[in-house]
Ligand binder design. Structure first.
Ligand code: PGA
Length: 253
């Protein structure tokens, strides 16, 4: 089963509309019109419209939002609905990022509601999971990943899951400069795919792309991507510069 790699930039709370446009113009020049991997850029909500405009002629790069609400509309001050995002033309929405979980109190049930709403709207989720250092050192790695998958993906259709993306991001590797070694990443990814097989069947599990995230940079991309169950990367810090993000995309191909 060959899965086309997918590399996503997660800009977090960086870059407004002007900087997003400037980045995309430079990045698209560096990428040069074709790529061996799917590329996705995830700006802040307020920069999505400008980014979509800047990507209008791109054959290589899609657009993601970093979050969404699961309700269609209503009294949810400060929130953004999936309908608003599809109006702009996003292809993916990242849900369950560890910063959403730890800083904003999102749990697996909320992430499940978002995943269901995205599937209903025909938007592909990038569903983030991952353990803390404490959980890993306490021997909880598999139990945590299993719970995040079982609860977070509960009731989702196998059909739509084939198109979804899972991002395995060990929390201790995010923004810390510590990366899971290629073997550690492969071991976790293989376990994630095994659980996906139990939930959705082997055939679907073999189609789901599983990204690694946590201090991915140009220098460690190729060795991570060489692992059989690593199908891409979710990149934070190193996605903020067009040079380093384009190198990551090239090294992943
Ligand atoms: P990082 O972030 O690449 O800066 O570690 C990854 C992420 O949080 O998605």
């Amino acid at each position: 089963m060959s899965r086309r790699p997918i590399i996503a930039a997660n800009w977090k709370m960086h870059k407004g509309p002007a900087e997003a446009t400037e980045f995309i113009d430079e990045f698209e020049n560096l990428i040069g019109g074709s790529s061996a991997v799917d590329i996705v850029i995830s700006p802040a909500f307020v920069a999505l419209g400008a980014a979509k405009g800047a990507l209008a002629n791109s054959d290589t790069t899609g657009l993601a939002a970093q979050n969404c609400h699961f309700e269609e509309k209503g009294a949810f001050t400060g929130e953004v609905s999936i309908g608003m995002l599809t109006e702009i033309g996003v292809d993916y929405v990242i849900i369950g990022h560890s910063e959403r979980r730890s800083i904003f109190g999102e749990d697996d049930a909320i992430i499940n509601a978002k995943a269901k709403a995205l599937h209903a709207a025909g938007v592909k989720p990038i569903i983030c999971i991952g353990e803390t250092l404490e959980e890993r050192e306490g021997g909880q790695l598999e139990a945590v990943l299993r719970r995040q998958l079982e609860v977070g993906l509960e009731g989702l259709s196998a059909d739509k899951m084939a198109e979804a993306v899972i991002a395995y991001e060990p929390v201790w590797a995010i923004g810390t400069g510590k990366t899971a070694g290629p073997d550690e990443a492969q071991e976790a990814h293989a376990f994630v795919r095994k659980v996906l097989g139990e939930l959705f069947g082997e055939e679907v599990a073999a189609k789901i792309r599983i990204q690694y995230g946590g201090s991915v940079k140009p220098a460690n991309t190729a060795e991570l991507m060489a692992q059989p169950d690593v199908d891409g990367a979710l990149v934070g810090g190193a996605s903020l510069e067009p040079g380093s993000f384009s190198e990551i995309c090239k090294n992943a191909g």
